[in-house]
Design a protein around this ligand. Structure first.
Ligand SMILES: Nc1ncnc2c1ncn2[C@@H]1O[C@H](COP(=O)(O)OP(=O)(O)O)[C@@H](O)[C@H]1O
Ligand SMILES: [Mg+2]
Length: 236
């Protein structure tokens, strides 16, 4: 089953077109990876998928609904949760208040309590640090907080943009293990990652972007054997 799909998407910033005719799909319960060089357009595509950027043309479908042009808060209400590139935490707010900021659209306090319990169970370290300002967290903890904040609202699709940036390898492993745990609970995950080998190993399906276009796509096991990919991204 398809959870999210784009058809012939064109988008950019003012007159500067970045995305060209993007057909992209995320299957329900999959881990889908989006890779490509710096500046290829990955974050721009994610902005369109999360309602942060309106496309010039083309369509976005989520759960079979045409959500093209829906604003960000409506995409979130529909169950699309974003962990943005660079995490975007509020450094001077406590861990708890950062989580509250993610919950602005939850109507009831008991809803927040329930989701809070769930994310703190996933990330126990945040529980210990709940009264500390976010700026005192280590890089790994900050990334966990960013993921927890995204998941504080009911989520069907978690989009994670460059979760490993700025993290030591050991912490990267930890974050990806957490993502795997989340996937095992039934969450669908779309992850942007710079490391092609890791992206291939954690995903079912992979898309490779080049200059705002989808250059390669397919099951990760097949794409791993793609000659262009091997030459361009793996130096083989
Ligand atoms: N707000 C913006 N205004 C104008 N150009 C932008 C903006 N954000 C990104 N770009 C440009 O869009 C292109 C794609 O960027 P981006 O989607 O961030 O790539 P990636 O995430 O793959 O590194 C780059 O050339 C970048 O300079
Ligand atoms: Mg990016």
């Amino acid at each position: 089953m398809t959870l999210l799909e784009t058809k012939a998407l064109n988008a950019g910033y003012g007159p500067l077109q970045i995305l060209w005719n993007i057909d992209f799909k995320v299957d329900e319960k999959s881990v889908t990876a989006l890779i490509g060089a710096n500046g290829a357009g990955k974050t721009t595509l994610i902005k369109v998928l999360t309602g942060l950027l309106k496309p010039y043309s083309g369509q976005v479908f989520f759960k079979g609904v045409d959500v093209t042009g829906y604003p960000a808060h409506r995409m979130k209400q529909m169950g699309v949760s974003l962990v943005p590139e660079g995490r975007r935490l509020f450094p001077n707010l406590t861990v708890m208040d950062n989580l509250l900021m993610g919950a602005y659209m939850l109507r009831q306090k008991d809803e927040f309590e329930k989701r809070l319990e769930l994310v703190l169970e996933l990330f126990p370290v945040l529980k210990e640090r709940r009264n500390q300002p976010a700026r005192l967290l280590s890089g790994g903890e900050a990334q966990m907080l960013a993921i927890a904040r995204a998941l504080i609202t009911p989520s069907d699709l978690l989009i994670v943009d460059e979760p490993s940036s700025g993290l030591a390898p050991k912490l990267v492993d930890l974050i990806f293990k957490k993502l795997e745990e989340l996937h095992e609970t039934g969450l669908t995950i779309l992850v942007v990652d710079q490391f092609v080998e890791r992206a291939l190993s954690i995903s079912d399906t992979v898309y490779v972007m080049e200059n705002g276009k989808i250059a390669i796509q397919g099951p990760s096991t097949e794409v791993a054997n793609n000659e262009h990919l091997k030459k361009t991204y793996l130096g083989l």
